[in-house]
Design a protein. Structure first.
Length: 155
């Protein structure tokens, strides 16, 4: 009798774990769809004076708040995909001072990756959809400018 009971308990635990995993996956997909819904058309460059904060926006994007409460969704390419939801730090490597382009890179604790797309983001509409919640923003983004190539010494 105890063997049957153990099998039933293990079966129930397995079913519960699968249900939780499916719920979490659906929650992540819904959150990513919400970000997509409030993102505008891609642009190639955004000028800024300073960066106020950032937050992960799914597996392969971050939402960045620039000066003047301007928000942009940055979609990134490999190797950062699937890691950004867990990132705690963010750095930017820019090719142009005080501007961010699709030639630039972001870094989290998982490594550097290229920015593939920059899109304006309607943060107010996003907050309304989330009933005023504004969770997940982190402060402090380090910005590192790519140094210009040094001229070769003349001989």
């Amino acid at each position: 009798m105890s063997v049957i009971f153990r099998i039933l308990v293990m079966l129930l635990v397995t079913v519960a774990l699968v249900a939780c995993a499916n719920d979490r996956r659906e929650q992540i997909e819904a959150e990513q769809a919400l970000f997509e819904r409030h993102a505008g058309e891609p642009i190639s460059r955004v000028n800024y004076a300073h960066i106020r904060g950032w937050r992960p926006a799914g597996d392969n994007a971050v939402l960045v708040e620039f000066n003047g409460r301007r928000y942009f969704l940055l979609d990134v390419g490999p190797p950062c995909q699937r890691d950004l939801r867990f990132a705690q730090t963010l750095s930017l490597r820019t090719t142009t001072p005080r501007a961010l382009t699709t030639f630039d890179q972001i870094q989290s604790e998982y490594g550097w990756c290229r920015i593939e797309r920059i899109r304006p983001f309607d943060f107010q509409a996003y907050r309304q959809d989330r009933d005023g919640e504004d969770d997940g923003f982190r402060e402090a983004v380090d910005v590192e400018e790519d140094p210009a190539p040094q001229p070769r010494p003349s001989s």
